[in-house]
Design a protein around this ligand. Structure first.
Ligand code: G3P
Length: 214
């Protein structure tokens, strides 16, 4: 399973990259806005740190403008993946960009039939938002399982990118379901490392080691 970090915060990206477990980065307009910086500066910084897919989200209205925006993003760096929302215009743009060899991440996916449409449009990634479904008392993980099954049935090459992850159990369940990628906020990435028995066990080992004659 690939791990992407879901942030536009450069310090978080640098820290997670240094852990050696990072395969890519996803951003969205809200995450970019939090940085208070021009988006291109942020993207140029990110591509210098992580040598893997970096999703950058389009914000145009119509399909033609989305295509132009996506082509502009793709010119920034070879690792840039163009993110489009799962709308009719978004999928039109996805089809056109994918046909031109530009990788597209279709975002804001909340149903399995939407994911089917994205795969048929040539998406490189589909981003089902599991946390936001859980927030409204729906089952986000069931969506991942359904998409895994549907893509398997028809041999789609679109990668399932579990998004809107809120806690380590989401990562565990997405991995068990067979999602190709999890895009994970920095705080949750940190949480993945921790187990109280690891801390307690290490503490004991280090105490005992001090008693060993040197
Ligand atoms: O980047 C897309 C997605 O991961 C957003 O997550 O927490 O805003 O629902 P969240």
């Amino acid at each position: 399973m690939k791990f992407f970090i879901d942030t536009a915060d450069i310090e978080e990206i640098k820290t997670a990259h240094a852990w050696g477990i990072l395969d890519g980065v996803t951003t969205n307009p809200s995450l970019i806005s939090k940085t208070g910086r021009p988006f291109k500066d942020v993207v140029y910084d990110i591509v210098k740190i992580v040598d893997g897919p970096i999703s950058v989200e389009t914000t145009s209205d119509d399909a033609k403008s989305l295509i132009v925006e996506g082509q502009t993003f793709a010119k920034i760096h070879k690792n840039v993946v163009v993110k489009v929302a799962l709308t009719q215009n978004g999928l039109k743009a996805c089809k056109a960009l994918s046909s031109d060899g530009i990788a597209v991440n279709v975002t804001l996916c909340f149903s399995a039939v939407q994911a089917l449409l994205a795969a048929k449009s040539g998406a490189a990634y589909i981003s089902p938002f599991i946390g936001r479904l859980d927030d409204i008392s729906e089952d986000g993980m069931k969506l991942i399982q359904d998409i895994v099954q549907i893509y398997k049935n028809y041999n789609f090459s679109t990668q399932i990118l579990a998004a809107s992850i809120r806690h380590p159990v989401h990562v565990l369940q997405a991995a068990l379901a067979g999602a190709h990628v999890a895009t994970i906020p920095f705080k949750v990435l940190q949480q993945l490392f921790h187990h109280p028995l690891t801390d307690r066990g290490l503490d004991q080992f280090l105490k005992d080691w001090k008693k060993v004659p040197k």
